[in-house]
Design a protein around this ligand. Structure first.
Ligand code: C5P
Ligand code: C5P
Ligand code: ZN
Length: 466
């Protein structure tokens, strides 16, 4: 890894020199937590370096978006958390560009930072924000931005594969720890430790799914009562961070016993505890203190057309923008709950090698991927990839989510989505474990059939070669 990071830093230096030849930069980034933190990192670095900059956030860097960008004749465009899949299209439009991304590359470009080009895996060893952090570090004194890099990696769920951040992500984490910006520790992995009443952590637990507790507020309250946990203090709900260490231990061992009694396999129970990431310079009890809560706060902005709010939070606004983001977060949470309920009620269609649901316009296309990921906890067969369809402008948005086990058995969703979507006149890509595409309005059935076959082939190929 040390060799890879050295090569990466050298390339980052070359890209930084390229940027320094310009005064004005147009930043184009993705509308999720990793995209927002990437933009937050590069914009902060540009501001510190006295560059002029403008920003644009897109759902997808498709040809239409590239045409608009090319028509604007920017001095220099820096693409973050996207671009690697569109190298040839960027070149052919004559856009003067630097790419800092981690998606599977297609084609080549002279100033191109991407872990896949240097022997690291972009789905779990470096995120878009991590790549951009290394670029920012080459541009100037920006080591404090490591916190944002880690938030982006957690937003893309890069810690799940190994149960902790690894690869170049780990090196960035260590820089953050050294600088006093970050801390990592073993703790409860359930979402909301900084901001939510304790029973809500159980009520919304989806990984692991807690049968009899998940989704049932009263049962969660009773469970904590049975452990003699006090719920409120000074007329406010107590949060995980308000508990004494002995109370935390009581809850954890109570949960382990509860799960064992419910027959949950031990490898899933173990996921209740894991490495968590704390932003030490942020105020306790706010979303920004916890990398996972921070990333969800950001998703609640950009995925609802309010990237400017998320970007402002990334760049340090803890007043107006933070207040606005919290309002959006409440809506986002409700949408996730509703979306998951929709999938539960409607059920999924199983083919031989995939399962899918069609959300039509019931779930917003920008969050259907998150819901596809969460719905692994409610489907019967967890050994098939989950494919979600949702109505989008001028076509159908497809999101695909797999598991580590499927990857071991030969599935690569990025390859499958990009090949099969192209066959039906669409476009797609992403990572082995999570990918997406846009396909024409009437292509759903054909796409599902072809994807089912293609993934069957991936499994057969691996089974035959071992
Ligand atoms: O564009 P992009 O890189 O952001 O998206 C990565 C997506 O992959 C995220 O939405 C994340 O939720 C998903 N993912 C996942 N499981 C993993 C790793 C990533 O669902 N183990
Ligand atoms: O949108 P969703 O969260 O399902 O995206 C999963 C992954 O697939 C992301 O990394 C995203 O960048 C990628 N994707 C893509 N082309 C699309 C849609 C999504 O490469 N048309
Ligand atoms: Zn990303």
């Amino acid at each position: 890894m040390t060799e890879i990071i050295e090569i990466f830093r050298k390339e980052a230096g070359r890209c930084a020199e390229k940027i320094k030849k310009h005064r004005s930069v147009h930043v184009v980034s993705h509308i999720d937590a990793d995209g927002l933190t990437s933009a937050g990192i590069i914009c902060t670095a540009l501001e510190r370096g006295n560059f002029d900059y403008t920003t644009r956030f897109v759902k997808q860097l498709d040809e239409k978006a590239l045409n608009t960008i090319a028509d604007e004749n920017h001095e220099l465009v820096v693409f973050t958390d996207l671009g690697s899949g569109m190298c040839e299209h960027i070149k052919s439009r004559g856009i003067n560009a630097v790419i800092s991304d981690h998606h599977q590359p297609q084609g080549t470009l002279e100033f191109h930072l991407n872990p896949h080009l240097f022997g690291a895996n972009g789905s779990y060893e470096l995120s878009g924000s991590g790549s951009t952090y290394l670029l920012a570090s080459a541009l100037g004194k920006n080591r404090d931005l490591s916190s944002l890099a880690i938030v982006g990696a957690i937003g893309d769920m890069q810690h799940l594969k190994m149960g902790q951040l690894v690869g170049i992500n780990r090196i960035i984490l260590e820089e953050g720890v050294k600088g006093g910006d970050l801390e990592f520790k073993k703790d409860l992995t359930l979402f909301g430790k900084q901001t939510r009443p304790i029973y809500k952590l159980l009520q919304y637990s989806s990984d692991p799914y807690l049968p009899g507790l998940t989704g049932d507020e009263e049962a969660c309250i009773n469970f904590l009562h049975s452990l003699n946990i006090r719920f409120s203090q000074d007329e406010r709900w107590r949060r995980w961070i308000d508990l004494e260490i002995t109370e935390k231990q009581k809850i954890i061992s109570g949960l382990f016993q509860y799960c064992l009694k419910s027959g949950i396999p031990s490898y899933k129970i173990e996921r209740l505890i894991g490495e968590v990431y704390v932003l030490l310079k942020e105020r306790e009890g706010t979303e920004m203190r916890d990398a996972s809560e921070f990333s969800t706060l950001l998703n609640a902005t950009a995925r609802y057309d309010h990237a400017e709010i998320g970007l402002a939070v990334c760049m340090g606004d803890r007043e107006t923008a933070y207040e606005d983001a919290r309002k959006l977060l409440a809506e986002h949470r409700q949408n996730l709950v509703n979306g998951l309920m929709y999938v539960k009620e409607k059920g999924v269609t199983q083919l031989e090698n995939i399962q899918y649901f069609d959300a039509g316009s019931h779930i917003k296309e920008t969050i259907v991927g998150i819901i596809a990921g969460m719905s692994s906890t409610i489907v019967e067969n967890r050994n098939l990839p989950i494919i979600a369809f949702a109505k989008a402008e001028g076509g159908i948005k497809v999101s695909a989510r797999g598991t580590q086990d499927l990857i071991r058995r030969g599935v690569n969703l990025s390859e499958a989505m990009s090949t099969v979507s192209a066959e039906v006149g669409g476009a797609g890509g992403g990572h082995d474990i999570a990918a997406g595409a846009t396909i024409p309005e009437n292509a759903k059935e054909e796409f599902a059939r072809k994807l089912d076959f293609f993934i069957g082939e991936q499994l057969r190929r691996k089974a035959n070669t071992g």
